[in-house]
Design a binder for this molecule. Structure first.
Ligand SMILES: [Ca+2]
Ligand SMILES: [Ca+2]
Length: 237
C-alpha cells in the first residue's frame, strides 16, 4: 500500500522527476543481461535491454538491510557520517551507489510510504517495529519483508524524541553502510552482481509476454511505463 505523505511531498516530487529523467543512461550503462557473469560487461552498450533501475537497486539494498537485521538486531550506528557520495563516475552496480543522495532518498521514501501509517512524517516506535518492505519495488510481487531491529537500535537512530524523522532514517541507512559492506563483502562481487541481475531478469521475464526470450520494444515500453508508475505511486506524485 502506498500513501501520499504531505510532509515529504516536496522532496518526493524531486525524486519522481529525477527518476523519470535519470535512468536511461544508467540503464544503458548498467547491463547486457546476457553478459551477467562477466565483469567486462560493465559499461557495454546494452542492445535494447532495459537494465535495473534505481528503485530496483534501492529495494535490493533494503532487502539486504532487512535480512541483516535478523542476525544483528541492534547494530551500532557510530559510523553514521562516513557514507555520503555525490554523483560520480561509478557504476550503478557499485556498492557506493547505494549511498548516493538519490538512492538514499528513494530508500527512505519507500520505507516511509510503507511505514508512516499516520503520515505525520516520522516513524513512531510501533510504526518502526511493524515496518515492512514491499518487494513490489523490485518489480516482483511477493510477501512483504519484516525486519528484526530492536528497540534500542530504534532509539539510537530516532534520538530523544523517539520518533524517526526522514533525515534520521537517511542517517540510519548511512550508519548501517559500513556494517552492510562488511556483510556483503563475504559474497564475491561477481556473485552479488549475478544475483542482482537474475532478480532483474525475473522482472524482465514478466514482460516477455510472447515468451520468446527477449523484450520487444512494445514489451519494454510496458516495463518502463510500469516502473515509472510504480515510482510515482511510491513517492505519492
Ligand atoms: Ca508516523
Ligand atoms: Ca527523531
Amino acid at each position: 500500500m502506498f500513501h501520499r505523505n504531505r510532509h515529504i511531498g516536496s522532496f518526493v516530487l524531486g525524486l519522481a522527476i529525477t527518476a523519470c529523467q535519470a535512468p536511461q543512461k544508467q540503464q544503458d550503462e548498467a547491463i547486457g543481461a546476457q553478459d551477467a557473469a562477466s565483469e567486462s560487461a560493465q559499461g557495454d552498450a546494452s542492445e535494447g535491454v532495459v537494465g535495473p533501475d534505481e528503485a530496483f537497486f534501492a529495494a535490493r539494498y533494503l532487502q539486504h538491510v532487512f535480512a541483516y537485521s535478523r542476525t544483528q538486531a541492534s547494530p551500532s550506528l557510530d559510523s553514521a557520517s562516513g557514507l555520503v557520495v555525490g554523483p560520480g563516475s561509478f557504476s550503478a552496480f557499485d556498492y557506493q551507489a547505494n549511498f548516493t543522495e538519490f538512492r538514499l532518498r528513494l530508500m527512505t521514501a519507500s520505507l516511509f510510504a510503507e511505514g508512516d501509517l499516520d503520515q505525520d512524517g516520522s516513524l513512531s516506535p510501533p510504526e518502526f517495529q511493524t515496518l515492512k518492505m514491499d518487494p513490489a519495488i523490485l518489480g516482483a510481487p511477493g510477501e512483504k519483508l519484516s525486519h528484526a531491529f530492536d528497540r534500542s537500535f530504534f532509539e539510537r537512530a530516532a534520538g530523544a524524541d523517539e520518533l524517526l524523522q526522514i533525515d534520521e532514517c537517511v542517517s540510519m541507512l548511512q550508519g548501517l553502510g559500513p556494517l552492510m559492506k562488511t556483510e556483503l563483502d563475504r559474497i564475491p562481487l561477481q556473485d552479488q552482481r549475478r544475483q542482482l541481475i537474475q532478480a532483474w531478469e525475473k522482472v524482465l521475464g514478466r514482460y516477455d509476454t510472447d515468451q520468446n526470450g527477449s523484450l520487444s520494444l512494445y514489451e519494454q515500453r510496458d516495463l518502463r511505463k510500469d516502473r515509472a508508475l510504480l515510482i510515482s505511486r511510491l513517492t505519492g506524485e
